[in-house]
Design a protein around this ligand. Structure first.
Ligand code: GLY
Ligand code: MN
Ligand code: MN
Length: 448
């Protein structure tokens, strides 16, 4: 898969091109503790190397320079005793299929040798200061060698847009990994519904989600993005991640969480009653959001644009807001004046892949992109009624609902990767009831 991605990028390069891609580095968390390592998504896409201090060099038609060279940490017995195994140059050639590989310490010297031969240089500047300095220093040094007949490439090309377009269309292998991330995440959400009880703390459900991600082989800490477990009015905070409040009888809990499998993300939101049964107002709001999600799913097919998918949710939510007695007037007027935005302030979806908000354009030539087979996106409408909103019926205040699925665009009906996650009201209540007969298995006393 990774070598095919490299070949596809090489196909976009011209004779005389050099391309450089730096991997992610370890980042200090505090004192001598580092954040868990996560590879840079573009670098992972092209290499499959899960180690810090990597550098990929692609060359096309540069005499005897190999087409692809991976620079990486060398094997080191002592360092490996302390910090774990390294692949090393031989491992990179054997296991990742690289034509050539070398210790990362050789990169600067090799760059100085190769750079004078390149006519164009593909390089992403502005996101890795140390890498920027290394490349610019090599260019500056070459400029000083003009009397020796050497000069740096005249043209710099940003590889990010090209890579983003490649990443937008998922291959069969990528889709398999995404299906796995989705099914693990579906199981985690279903388990959270079954184990949730009034009086439990949000963090207990968070731990259950992350436990489920990890035990099924999700990467590192398991999640693709910090999980949101938001009970009651916390659901009205879009990026709530404190996850440290008790969950009360009669409240809803909104969970937005997805696992990361071989660096591919799932992104699921479900909203369910803490005590297992929706109240009438909660159910009314839920049904409106569900209808909006279904309207958008219906348009998740080739020929429709990303904007149309959003508009379908907006139209259904606008109509629902009149049924809920939040707004008056015609749907067209609500949409034109955007009065719905007070309760639906985000977009209906985004591309999904190696990044939860994945690479890829949303507009081309000012027009929303048309959906095509191989694209994967989320559909995630919601309604958020703030607890102190005096403009809405009292029974709606403090209710926040979002429903989010991951969708693979095919030639026909969309494939909903997360379809196993309970979604209809009856399915959700059934999933919540699954373990009601038994005592909860999570009995930890929470310290307030
Ligand atoms: N979890 C991030 C999002 O839904 O976009
Ligand atoms: Mn999302
Ligand atoms: Mn989400």
């Amino acid at each position: 898969m990774f070598s095919r991605h490299r070949q596809a990028f090489l196909d976009h390069m011209q004779e005389g091109d050099l391309a450089l891609f730096p991997g992610a580095e370890l980042v200090t968390r505090n004192h001598d503790v580092e954040f868990p390592f996560r590879q840079h998504s573009d670098f992972w896409y092209l290499t499959g190397l899960r180690e810090p201090a990597g550098m990929l060099m692609l060359a096309k038609g540069l005499d005897e320079v190999p087409q692809e060279t991976l620079f990486l940490q060398p094997r080191d017995e002592l360092a490996e005793i302390w910090n774990g195994k390294r692949l090393g140059a031989e491992g990179a050639m054997e296991q990742l299929g690289f034509e050539a590989a070398a210790p990362i310490e050789e990169f600067t010297k090799r760059l100085a040798e190769v750079l004078p031969r390149a006519k164009r240089l593909w390089v992403s500047l502005g996101s890795n200061a140390a890498f920027d300095r290394t490349v610019l220093a090599a260019m500056t040094e070459l400029r000083g060698k003009i009397r020796l007949g050497q000069e740096p490439p005249q043209i710099l090309v940003d590889p990010r847009p090209e890579l983003a377009q490649m990443r937008l269309y998922k291959s069969a292998e990528e889709l398999e990994l995404m299906r796995r991330a989705a099914s693990i995440s579906s199981e985690a959400h279903t388990l959270a519904m079954a184990q949730c009880r009034p009086g439990m703390n949000e963090c207990e459900l968070e731990a259950l989600l992350h436990y489920t991600f990890r035990r099924h082989g999700c990467d590192d800490s398991g999640w693709a993005y910090p999980s949101i477990v938001a009970a009651g009015a916390n659901a009205c905070i879009l990026h709530y991640t404190n996850n440290d409040q008790p969950m009360h009888d009669g409240d809803l809990v909104l969970i937005d969480a997805g696992g990361e499998y071989r660096s591919y993300a799932a992104d699921i939101t479900r909203t369910f009653p803490v005590n297992g049964k929706f109240t009438a107002p909660q159910r009314d709001v839920y049904e409106v959001v569900l209808a909006a999600q279904k309207a958008s799913l219906e348009l998740s097919r080739p020929g429709c644009t990303h904007a149309q998918v959003h508009e379908a949710s907006v139209r259904t939510l606008a109509d629902g807001l009149t049924q809920l007695k939040v707004l008056e007037g015609s749907v067209d007027e609500i949409i034109e004046k955007q009065t719905y935005r007070r309760w639906y302030m985000h977009n209906t979806g985004h591309w999904l892949g190696l990044d939860v908000h994945d690479a890829g354009r949303y507009k081309e030539g000012g027009k929303s992109v048309e959906l095509e087979p191989g694209m994967v996106m989320t559909i995630e409408p919601g309604l958020y009624f703030q607890p102190h909103d005096e403009t809405i019926p009292a029974e709606l205040r403090g209710i926040g609902v979002r429903i989010e699925d991951d969708v693979h665009i095919t030639g026909g009906d969309p494939e909903i990767l997360t379809a196993a996650t309970p979604k209809e009201v009856a399915e959700v209540e059934e999933a919540c009831a699954a373990m009601r007969a038994e005592p909860p298995t999570l009995e930890t006393e929470m310290v307030s």
